[in-house]
Design a protein around this ligand. Structure first.
Ligand code: A3P
Ligand code: MG
Length: 443
C-alpha cells in the first residue's frame, strides 16, 4: 500500500525558481508616508501589501525543501523552566488497547494559553551559537566574524514549528485565520503568533466538551510513552501503561535548520517521543527515532475517512518540519477509548491522498510558503539594531483569501509588548546581543 522510502536528503529538489507572482514591478517598494507600498502589474495576485492565494488548480514549479538537520534539543520542566538537556524526553511504547483517554482528566495541569513568544527558541539559538564558537576555538578563520555570525548570516527566518505549519497549510485552510507579528532585523525574520488578550481569553474559555477532547490527545501521550525503552510504565494506583498525570508545561523540544526555496529557516518544536532502536542503549537515539503521537476518531465510514485524510495535511507538515519520520495515530471511540493504533511514515502521507477530490498537494503548500516568505522579506525593510529600527509588522491570514500586512503603530506595538521588557516582541536580553549575533557587517 505504501510507496518506498524517498531519499532523506532533499524532497522534490528542483531549480530555485523565483516566484512568478512577483513581477519586477511588484518587488519595487515605494516609500510613502513611512509606509511601504508594493505595486504590481497583476492586480489579481498582488495588491498593496496584500498577497492573494495562487490558484490551487494550476501546476507549480516545485520549490525545494530540505530535510531538516537537528541542531540541539532542550526540555521544559513542570514549572516551565528551560533546561538544555533531555530530561523531558520519553520513549514510545504501545498503548494498551481500550485505554480510557478520560483517565486523569481532573488532575490535568494545563499550561495556560499564552502569547506566541519565541524566547525559548532564541535561547536555544544563542546556545547553539555559543557552542559553535567554543568548539571552533581559534582554528577557524575569523576574518569574516565569528563562526556563529557567519552561520547565522545565512538564516532568513526564525519561528516555532506551529507557525510554519500554519503558514504552509494556509492554502487549504477554510476556517481558522491567524495573525503573526513579524520583525526583520539584520536580514533575519522573526515570527511570533499574535494572540491578543481577547483571543487568549477565548482560547482559555473552552467548552467542557472541547476541553475533554483536547485532553484525549495528552492522555494518549501518557499511555504511549515511558521513561524506559520497551517498558510500559506500571505506576501503583494507576492503570497499566499510564506514565504519569498530564502536565502540559512539560515538553521536549528539538531545534532544526532547514531550507525552503532559497530561504534558510531555523525552527523549533515539541517532539512527543522517540523509539529506541533494538539492541541500543537507552541514550542511543537520533531524529530518525522521533515519533509524533496523534489521536483521531475511529473511521466508521467514507465521511470519516475523508475527514481523516484532510487532517493528514497538518500531520504531514507538523512532522516533516522537524524531521519526524513516524506518526502513531491512536484511533478512539467518541467516549475516548483507544480501539486501534496505526503507524504512518511521514514521507508517505502525500501519496495516500494524491488524486483524491479532498486530497492536498504538498508542492502547492511549499510554493505558497516560498511566496509568503518572499512577500515578508520584500515588504518589510530589514532594520539594523544600530539604526534603532524595531518596527513590528502584522501579517494577517484570511482563509480563502490570502494575507494582508501592515506596520503597527506605537499603541499596537505596546499591545504586543504587553508590559514586558521587550523591544517589539523580542526580549530585551536578546535585542542587546542581536548585532553581535547577526550584524551583516559593513556593506
Ligand atoms: P491530538 O493531536 O492527538 O489531538 P500535538 O500533537 O500537536 O503536539 O498536540 C498534542 C495535543 O494537544 C493534541 O492531541 C490535542 O489534544 C491538544 N491540542 C493541540 N492543538 C489543540 C487545539 N488547537 N485545541 C485544543 N487542543 C489542542
Ligand atoms: Mg502530538
Amino acid at each position: 500500500m505504501f510507496p518506498s522510502k524517498r531519499p532523506s536528503s532533499e524532497v522534490e529538489v528542483d531549480d530555485h525558481e523565483k516566484d512568478a507572482l512577483f513581477t519586477r514591478d511588484a518587488k519595487r517598494r515605494i516609500k510613502e508616508h513611512g509606509k511601504t507600498v508594493a505595486t504590481s502589474t497583476d492586480e489579481s495576485t498582488v495588491a498593496s501589501q496584500s498577497l492573494s492565494y495562487p490558484p490551487k488548480n494550476r501546476p507549480v514549479k516545485p520549490v525545494a525543501i530540505q530535510y531538516p538537520t537537528r541542531l540541539l534539543t532542550f526540555s521544559y520542566d513542570a514549572d516551565r523552566t528551560l533546561h538544555f538537556d533531555d530530561s523531558a524526553m520519553k520513549y514510545f511504547v504501545n498503548p494498551p488497547m481500550n485505554a480510557d483517554l478520560k483517565y486523569g482528566y481532573t488532575r490535568w495541569i494545563k499550561r495556560p494559553e499564552e502569547k506566541g513568544r519565541i524566547d525559548g527558541l532564541l535561547k536555544a539559538m544563542v546556545k547553539y551559537c555559543q557552542d559553535l564558537d567554543s568548539s571552533s576555538g581559534t582554528l577557524q578563520d575569523q576574518s569574516d566574524g565569528k563562526p556563529s555570525s557567519q552561520w547565522l548570516r545565512q538564516m532568513r527566518c526564525v519561528s516555532w514549528r506551529g507557525v510554519m505549519t500554519k503558514t504552509l497549510t494556509a492554502l487549504y485552510e477554510e476556517r481558522d485565520g491567524w495573525e503573526l507579528n513579524v520583525m526583520h532585523i539584520n536580514n533575519l525574520l522573526y515570527l511570533e503568533e499574535h494572540l491578543s488578550d481577547k483571543r487568549l481569553a477565548e482560547k482559555e474559555d473552552m467548552t467542557p466538551y472541547h476541553r475533554q477532547l483536547s485532553y484525549y490527545g495528552y492522555s494518549f501521550e501518557s499511555f504511549s510513552t515511558s521513561s524506559q525503552p520497551y517498558q510500559p510504565e506500571r505506576l501503583p494506583g494507576h492503570p497499566p501503561g499510564w506514565s504519569g498525570d498530564v502536565n502540559t508545561n512539560v515538553q521536549w523540544c528539538s531545534v532544526v535548520k532547514t531550507k525552503l526555496g532559497s530561504h534558510r529557516l531555523l525552527i523549533g518544536g515539541e517532539v512527543d517521543c522517540v523509539t529506541a532502536k533494538q539492541g541500543h542503549g537507552s541514550a542511543e537515539y537520533t531524529p530518525d527515532n522521533y515519533v509524533e503521537l496523534k489521536t483521531s476518531m475511529a473511521i466508521r465510514g467514507a465521511n470519516d475517512e475523508v475527514k481523516f485524510e484532510r487532517k493528514l495535511l497538518k500531520f504531514y507538515f507538523q512532522s516533516f518540519l522537524l524531521g519526524v519520520p513516524e506518526i502513531v495515530v491512536g484511533f478512539r471511540t467518541p467516549q475516548g477509548r483507544v480501539v486501534s493504533t496505526q503507524t504512518f511514515k511521514t514521507m508517505e502521507l502525500p501519496r495516500l491522498v494524491r488524486g483524491k477530490p479532498h486530497g492536498w498537494d504538498p508542492h502547492l503548500c511549499m510554493h505558497w510558503g516560498d511566496i509568503f516568505l518572499n512577500f515578508l522579506l520584500q515588504q518589510i525593510p530589514s532594520g539594523k539594531k544600530a539604526d534603532k529600527t524595531h518596527e513590528v509588522w502584522r501579517a494577517k491570514f484570511i482563509p480563502g483569501t490570502g494575507v494582508t500586512m501592515k506596520l503597527l503603530d506605537e499603541a499596537e506595538v505596546q499591545e504586543v509588548r504587553a508590559g514586558e521588557d521587550r523591544v517589539g516582541f523580542l526580549p530585551r536580553w536578546y535585542f542587546h546581543t542581536i548585532d553581535d549575533l547577526t550584524d551583516p557587517g559593513p556593506p
